[in-house]
Design a protein around this ligand. Structure first.
Ligand SMILES: [Fe+2]
Ligand SMILES: [Fe+2]
Length: 349
């Protein structure tokens, strides 16, 4: 019978294999030595440099206007802000807790390095939410937002879907569950954050909560690299474990991404609906289906939602806010915020 187990990586392992060409993402006899000159997965060098250059500090962003804007937001906009932030708090907390679990079963030290940096960035994201909440509301309101899944059934349902997928791999480590946890990560990084991001960017284009918007832009920039990391992990996995990408598994993968998309749309309807100035349900739905296509095709799998291949005209502004490298459309600084720490953390709103 075929062995489908994924083995926990050894720690102190003097008898480990030092041959770069033998290295594999899973089930390799690793020494755990961080050798930056001998990487099997060459994309790691670029990824590592980009992730390091993206370093930022949440408190360096000025939140003064947000403090006065927040109490003045229309009630539906303020409720959406709270619920979306609550979901983001959960996602980043779960990421920082789960990435080390995944890393325990990855046997390529250069990829372990990336996952450690990603986990660190998720901690910064969590801290940025804390800073935002500390600035705009009192401790009671803050706690209410942090734990809103205790009273909001829709939010709990959302958290359960991704939480259960992560738990599956904690309970048993086989190759299929490993694939599923990687896809869950890919969906989280590439789809789940986006109705949240678009809500914040919509506030931004209406001149509201500029500090929160800037925090989210830095988070979004990091999330793009996380998406890049998991896309590459999935691509390498496809080369090394081709049986995991047979027809049955590909159908499962498509179903998971479709489920993620539908959940995100349902969530958008619930938190944004047709009550927020500048957004409506149709815009959210069109954009999330487009994102589903983008993610699916980036894995080399084609189209998931025919008719949604292009970025919707009505949502152009989302990627203009989200892309830190688009110099001319950088509304805040009129120049690139990437690749240079001094400009990346500058904030003179
Ligand atoms: Fe994050
Ligand atoms: Fe992330």
């Amino acid at each position: 019978m075929k062995d489908n187990r994924v083995m926990r990586k050894p720690l102190f392992n003097p008898g480990g294999d030092t041959e770069v060409k033998n290295r594999r993402l899973i089930n390799f006899n690793t020494t755990n030595i961080n050798d930056f000159n001998n990487m099997k997965y060459e994309w790691v060098s670029d990824w590592y440099r980009q992730a390091m250059n993206n370093f930022w500090i949440p408190e360096e962003i000025n939140m003064n206007q947000d403090k006065s804007d927040y109490p003045m937001l229309p009630p539906e906009e303020r409720t959406a802000y709270d619920k979306i932030l609550s979901f983001l708090v959960y996602l980043d907390s779960l990421q920082s807790a789960n990435l080390p679990n995944i890393s325990q079963f990855i046997t390529a030290n250069e990829v372990n390095l990336c996952l450690a940096i990603q986990a660190f960035q998720e901690c910064i994201h969590s801290q940025s939410y804390s800073y935002m909440l500390d600035t705009i509301c009192n401790p009671t309101e803050r706690n209410d937002i942090l734990y809103q899944w205790k009273t909001d059934a829709h939010l709990l349902k959302r958290n359960e879907f991704i939480g259960n997928l992560y738990n599956e791999f904690i309970e048993k480590q086989d190759k299929e569950r490993f694939l599923r946890v990687c896809i869950a990560n890919f969906i989280l990084e590439g789809i789940y954050f986006y109705s949240g991001f678009m809500f914040f960017y919509n506030l931004g284009r209406n001149g509201k909560m500029p500090g929160s918007v800037q925090e989210i832009r830095y988070i979004n920039r990091d999330e793009n690299t996380h998406l890049w990391l998991f896309r590459n992990i999935l691509k390498e996995l496809r080369t090394e474990e081709p049986e995991l990408f047979d027809e049955r598994h590909l159908a499962m993968l498509g179903d998971m991404i479709r489920e993620g998309v539908e959940q995100e749309i349902a969530w958008g309807r619930y938190v944004i609906g047709n009550q927020i100035q500048g957004l409506n349900e149709q815009m959210v739905e069109d954009y999330i289906r487009y994102l589903g296509n983008l993610r699916y095709s980036s894995l080399g799998l084609g189209t998931l939602y025919p008719g949604y291949e292009k970025e919707p005209e009505s949502m152009r502004w989302v990627s203009q806010y989200a892309d830190a490298n688009m110099v001319k459309t950088d509304f805040f600084e009129a120049r690139s915020t990437a690749y240079a720490k001094s400009t990346a953390i500058e904030d003179d709103l």
